[in-house]
Ligand binder design. Structure first.
Ligand code: ADP
Ligand code: MG
Length: 652
């Protein structure tokens, strides 16, 4: 006699229910030969389902050995067991366990998907099986559009698609009416005649009577094992095994990835609103990060271009040890003689000493604080100030200590808002000194005179004579001749002034320094804002994880079915991981689109700005979103992959 296809030897299966140990199968030994049709009977709780789960390799015995075609299954790992379920066993269940989101034909194809059968072959097999089972016209229907009998036939077709030498059916007629049940039994009989081994769990004696062998269980033990005389089946040829290729290497991996993506898309389509809400966190996060970074770059570019309009060949000398020296205003070491000495240097094209003081400005009973700047005539040119009205004072005015004032736009708005002349020709009182306004300079965005303070510009000689009284300067502004580099000039000025003062009690600012300072400031700022945006991305990722966990626990029974028909752990892992990845990368694409549109809107609304997205930054944003999907989808996917198939299947 040939070796039994199924052989249990002293198998025991215990469960812990709280603190008590339940023995579901006790010292259980059973051999089933190839091609037998066996019914397993017994009252509820006698261990039928436990036995079937062990036979189907969904569950493992606590002790004892289980051999399939002579091979000890307890030595198999999870993937090998999955392969056994996929290639050798076909399950059908009392409640069919079809996946609601898939059509009947797609349900039938699932085991073939995991076996690596290609799509066309799969479809052909599924359709011919459905035809054979009399539901060929229902391939495109969803399970909930089918009757119970039709659903059971679809589940039978699913069990058969990979060949199924051994069929395991748990109460296959239990949920069906008499006629449908009868038809299912006829199909089982037919499968038996083809040479398949059939094991049916049932509590119905009529159903059991169709089998050649009836095994009765009580409390996890066999109480009777008898043959019926009704059937003496002549054994047909062995079942033609469907050749299966689980193509190793790249093409197999690629195919499985494609299938996982397809399944993920189906799942997303079935829960569109939820998928969208999950994406929303990623959309907002990616849009925020991209916009903020682009905006930061654009404003930095703008500020830098504003600075370069000031000209690069100027340097300014201030008293004090360094910038922000609190005592700088009291330091009187930078004097007019320094300016004169500098003016004699060949590399200096122009020298403008500046002095400043604050006082009150009065005009017709109005009064305000004002910063009085004493400057040379070339100051405006060097600083890039633009004249809005009137004229600037000239060299003669400086030499002759004239009381000519150039006011800024804030001062004009404060005192001459309603005056046709904008104040030109009017006399204002700076403290006790009357001055005539000769010009108004325009407000410049981001640069000259951009704050709220009022500023008035007088010849520095006038300010010294009328206000400050001494020769100490606020600064010396130097224009460098074109032939010499700013850095060389700066070195020469430093040497000269250090010699004159015997110490280095001044600081020198050139526009390059300003540029560097602004660049590093805006970079720091951009970094901070980007950090906040990254936090929003993490929050989005946690949202993805959260929803994926919900999705996993909602689909536990789907996972159980997939495992029962032969999905590997890695297939389940991949399916959920790909779903998380798709959700967040689609969200990422949407976020990038929104950011680009926002950038275009800003460019139109604010012509000075040039927001642009490089392919590099778009690619980085996309990769980030995909990475978030992988990182935050991994935990839920792993949880799904390591579910116990029996526990998952019994969940409804
Ligand atoms: P049947 O299918 O014949 O009704 P089962 O095989 O489902 O019986 O159960 C056999 C015994 O094992 C029962 O006493 C049941 O309570 C127990 N049992 C089955 N599964 C579990 C489980 N996961 N945890 C605890 N006890 C279980
Ligand atoms: Mg049961």
């Amino acid at each position: 006699m040939s070796e039994p296809i199924i052989s249990l030897e002293n198998v025991r299966r215990e469960f812990m229910a709280g603190d008590t140990r339940v023995v579901a199968l006790d010292d259980f030994s059973l051999d089933i030969r190839r091609g037998e049709m066996v019914a397993i009977m017994g009252s509820s709780g006698s261990g039928k389902s436990t036995l079937l789960n062990i036979l189907g390799c969904l569950d493992r015995p606590t002790s004892g050995t289980y051999r399939v075609a002579g091979k000890n299954v307890s030595e198999f790992d999870a993937d090998a067991l999955a392969a056994l379920r996929r290639e050798h066993f076909g399950f059908f269940f009392q409640r069919y366990h079809l996946l609601a989101d898939l059509s009947a034909a797609a349900n039938v194809e699932i085991p073939a998907v995991y076996a690596g059968v290609d799509a066309r072959e799969r479809r052909m097999r599924a359709n011919s099986l459905l035809d054979r089972l009399g539901v060929g016209s229902r391939g495109g229907h969803r399970p909930n559009q089918l009757s119970g009998g039709q659903q059971q036939r679809v589940s039978i077709a699913r069990a058969l698609i990979n060949g199924a030498e051994v069929i395991l059916a748990d109460e296959p007629t239990g949920a069906l009416d008499r006629r449908s049940g009868e038809e299912v039994l006829k199909i089982l009989k037919e499968l038996h005649r083809e040479g398949r081994t059939i094991i049916i769990v049932t509590h119905d004696a009529d159903v059991a009577a169709r089998a050649e062998r009836i095994i009765e269980l009580r409390d996890g033990r066999i109480v009777s094992d008898r043959r019926t005389e009704t059937t003496a089946t002549e054994l047909a040829a062995p079942v033609p095994r469907t050749p299966w290729d689980s193509r190793p290497g790249w093409s197999g991996a690629l195919r499985r990835l494609r299938e996982a993506s397809r399944m993920a898309l189906v799942a997303m389509a079935a829960h569109r609103l939820r998928a969208f809400l999950t994406m929303l966190g990623i959309i907002i996060g990616i849009a925020a990060v991209s916009s903020v970074v682009a905006l930061g770059n654009a404003s930095q570019r703008k500020v830098l271009s504003d600075i370069s309009s000031l000209g690069t060949n100027t340097i300014e000398v201030f008293p004090g040890k360094d910038f922000g020296d609190a005592r700088a205003a009291k330091i009187k070491t930078l004097v007019l003689d320094d300016a004169r000495a500098l003016a004699r240097q060949s590399f200096i094209a122009g020298v403008t000493p500046t002095v400043s003081t604050s006082t009150t400005v009065r005009y017709r009973g109005n009064e305000s604080n004002v910063l009085v700047n004493g400057v040379g005539e070339s100051y405006f040119l060097v600083k890039g100030a633009k004249l809005a009205k009137g004229r600037l004072f000239d060299e003669d005015a400086v030499r002759n200590i004239e009381r000519q004032a150039v006011i800024d736009d804030n001062t004009r708005k404060t005192f001459f808002a309603d005056d046709q002349t904008s104040g030109i020709g009017r006399v204002i009182w700076l403290g006790k000194v009357p001055c005539r306004i000769v010009g108004v300079i325009a407000q410049q965005q981001g640069g000259f005179g951009s704050n709220q303070n009022l500023s008035v510009y007088l010849p520095y000689t006038t300010v010294q004579a009328q206000f400050t009284g001494d020769r100490a300067l606020r600064s010396i502004l130097l224009r460098i001749s074109d032939e010499i580099s700013t850095n060389l000039a700066q070195d020469a000025v430093t040497t000269l002034l250090t010699q004159r003062h015997n110490t280095r009690d001044f600081v020198i600012l050139n526009t390059d320094d300003i540029r560097r300072t602004i660049t590093s400031t805006t970079q720091t700022l951009a970094f901070l804002v980007a950090a906040i945006a990254v936090i929003s991305l993490v929050v989005g990722g946690i949202g993805v994880m959260n929803i994926m966990l919900v999705s996993v626990s909602e689909r536990i029974s789907e996972i159980g079915v997939r495992m029962a028909v032969g999905a590997r752990r890695s297939d389940i892992l991949q399916q959920f991981l790909v779903e998380a990845m798709l959700i967040s990368s689609i969200g990422g694409i949407a976020g990038i689109l929104i950011a680009v549109l926002l950038g275009m809107a800003v460019n139109i609304a604010m012509p000075g700005f040039q927001i642009s997205y490089s392919p590099l930054s778009i690619g980085a944003a996309f990769l980030t979103s995909t990475g978030i999907g992988v990182a935050f989808g991994f935990f839920p996917a792993r949880r799904a992959a390591f579910l116990d198939p029996v526990v998952a299947l019994s969940r409804d």
